[in-house]
Ligand binder design. Structure first.
Ligand code: PLP
Length: 371
């Protein structure tokens, strides 16, 4: 066992050597066609938090070791009351052969925003960044090289205390795993069809702005309904009036108008503050485009698509980056956006973002963290 510490972060990581890492030829097979979310690297990071008798808590037991199952007591709080939050970010191979992360401090900040809403302890940003650095450097060979490929990182935190009372737990586990990811859409980016759900994802005062597993559990039936009806994804309206477009199950949404203006729903507390959403706001403004954060209704969307005032719509998030939306359907019927295929501005913004992430274009906002 070797001990290592970092100047950037006040916690000491223990490194447990891997007894049997994946053989290079097996790994090469996986990386040739990694898919999404089904293959995993050799390592994981875990850090524990517990509350002491004085009521104060601390992070301890930071470990980088072999990826392995986690033993949980059947009374473990997360299994009963769903105190769980997560993040998603990617490590990208750079044009120059290096490896870089995209805005990891934004993920660190958002994890803590989610933690506060779910009554969980915050993880110091430097510890979050260090945990990501450690797993990426241990699993550097797991980063696929192909176009649109990356090593998807999944940091998450859950209540690990064995206790059935209803109160914030006094023990938590923070874990990071890594999964090689291929190009989400192999041949370019086809436009998807979306279903306007009658279910709501988030209500005012609820957990819509937190990245918590519970929000996803609640979105599975609406998503399954969309698929059953022949669509690819679901889009949710606001809970209060069932009128305003909020977001997809796991992606934010942008509307593009014929005068070059963009609109994305404002962060009202019921929408997840996407880092891709925020980055595209900046990139669109760099292009000299007008971007407004404001509410936009389903009725307006349908009318504007019919009149030609609205020419493109796309969804955005870390996993698929930018996804054009070609067709929308709901109880009141359906409509097509533009030609029904991927739009020009959608593709241009996607290319801009991907070029920065790959180290192929200048990084004017200082988003990339080289490892
Ligand atoms: C993670 C997530 C997004 C996208 O966020 P990114 O930071 O861009 O990946 C959008 N909506 C929901 C509900 C999410 O969970």
């Amino acid at each position: 066992m070797s001990m290592a510490s970092s100047a950037a972060c006040e916690i000491t990581f223990t490194h447990l050597p891997h007894p049997a890492p994946t053989p290079a030829e097996v790994r090469a097979q996986v990386l040739a066609d990694p898919g999404f979310g089904t293959n995993f690297s050799d390592h994981m990071v875990s850090i524990d938090w517990s509350e002491g008798p004085d009521g104060a808590g601390a992070w301890h037991n930071a470990t980088l070791g072999p990826r392995s199952p986690i033993a949980l007591d059947p009374a473990c709080a997360v299994l009963h009351y769903a105190q769980e939050i997560f993040e998603g970010l990617k490590a990208y191979r750079q044009k120059d052969g290096g490896v870089a992360l995209f805005r990891p401090e934004a993920n660190a900040a958002r994890l803590n925003l989610s933690a506060r809403r779910l009554a969980m302890p915050e993880l110091p940003e430097a510890v979050f960044i260090e945990s990501i650095r450690r797993i990426v450097s241990a699993d550097r060979d797991w980063i696929p090289a192909g176009e649109g490929a990356s090593l998807y990182l999944r940091p998450f935190m859950f209540a690990s205390e064995a206790f059935l009372g209803v109160r914030p737990a006094k023990q938590y586990k923070y874990v990071v795993i890594a999964s090689p990811a291929g190009n989400y859409f192999k041949s370019g980016t086809p436009a998807v069809s979306i279903w306007v759900s009658d279910y709501t994802r988030a209500a005012p005062g609820g957990t819509g702005a937190a990245k918590c597993g519970g929000n996803y559990a609640a979105s599975l039936v609406p998503q399954a309904e969309a698929i059953e009806r022949g669509h690819d994804q679901v889009v949710f309206l606001d809970a209060a009036e069932h009128k305003w477009i909020e977001e997809l199950g796991g992606m934010n949404i942008y509307f593009v108008f014929s005068d070059g203006t963009l609109v994305t729903p404002s962060l009202t507390g019921t929408i997840l503050p996407g880092i891709t959403r925020d980055s595209l706001l900046a990139l669109a403004r760099d292009e000299g485009l007008t971007v407004r954060e404001e509410r936009y209704s389903l009725d307006q969307w349908r009318d504007d698509a019919a009149s030609g005032k609205l020419v493109e719509t796309f969804a955005c998030g870390t996993a698929a980056v930018v996804t054009p939306i070609g067709r929308v359907a709901g109880r009141q019927g359906g409509f097509t956006i533009g030609s029904g295929g991927p739009g020009q501005l959608t593709q241009k913004l996607k290319n801009r973002l991907v070029a920065i992430q790959r180290g192929e274009a200048a990084d004017p906002h200082g988003w990339m963290m080289q490892l």
